[in-house]
Design a binder for this molecule. Structure first.
Ligand SMILES: Cc1cc2nc3c(=O)[nH]c(=O)nc-3n(C[C@H](O)[C@H](O)[C@H](O)COP(=O)(O)O)c2cc1C
Length: 218
């Protein structure tokens, strides 16, 4: 949870190399990601050469900020094999999901070593493939930058848990208004409602309010 909550998309990096053992951990985290049918259809290209990084960041529609990262890792998927194994769904769905599982594993693993990342998907696939000599049966799907952050990135607003999550069914009755309900724990909700009621009644100074406050103090 620490690494997940701490991870931010970082676009400014210090000129400090990533230790080899950290990089190896990141690659192992990719190796152990879930993968459709355990089919091993992805390949990783680790990039540490300045000239190659320059060309890749150009292929990412000139996202020049990328160049400050000491390492890029490009995830490429063998679409030919995905088609043979799973047809259209393999090409359109599983392939992207396999790459995404690898990317997120690597991002969290890197963050657990205090190495920041940014997931980059805005790029010209043909250009990236050309720069890296990726064969025709593969397609690059995600470029990730890795390095020690030189910026403090505030946490962007994330979706409220209760808006993000449904219980058992999507909409129409499947909604719950408080995350505690998911765990069938109503105590916190009740406590909060009681406190709010007490506050309101206290401010109005009614007799019943005073009584509730007396009870809550006990
Ligand atoms: C599929 C995908 C594509 C993305 N592409 C880019 C990109 O091309 N350039 C970039 O700077 N950030 C890119 N991002 C990073 C998002 O902008 C970032 O995750 C989002 O703003 C939330 O910020 P956070 O990662 O700090 O939580 C991408 C993220 C995802 C998941």
């Amino acid at each position: 949870m620490d690494a997940i909550l701490k991870r931010r998309s970082v676009r400014k990096y210090n000129d400090i190399p990533i230790p080899k053992d950290v990089l190896v951990d990141v690659l192992i985290s990719a190796q152990f990601a879930p993968h459709s049918g355990n089919s091993h259809t992805c390949r990783l290209v680790v990039i540490d050469e300045e000239s190659v990084k320059d060309s890749v960041s150009d292929a990412c529609f000139h996202q020049t900020w990328m160049k400050s990262a000491p390492i890029f890792i490009v995830i490429a998927s063998n679409l030919e094999r995905m088609e043979k194994l799973y047809g259209k769904r393999g090409v359109e769905v599983y392939s992207n999901q396999n790459s995404a599982a690898i990317a997120e594993n690597m991002a969290i693993c890197a963050m657990s070593h205090n190495v920041a990342t940014c997931w980059v998907s805005a790029f010209n696939e043909k250009m990236v493939a050309q720069v890296l000599d990726i064969p025709d049966n593969f397609v690059p799907q995600i470029v990730m930058t890795f390095g020690y952050s030189s910026e403090i990135v505030p946490t962007p607003v994330k979706q409220d848990l209760t808006a993000l999550t449904y219980l058992n069914k999507f909409e129409g009755g499947g909604r719950f208004n408080n995350i505690d309900f998911l765990f069938k724990d109503y105590s916190d909700v009740l406590r909060r409602h009681l406190r709010r009621a007490a506050k309101t009644t206290k401010s109005t100074g009614t007799f019943i309010g005073k009584k509730i406050n007396k009870i809550l103090k006990k």
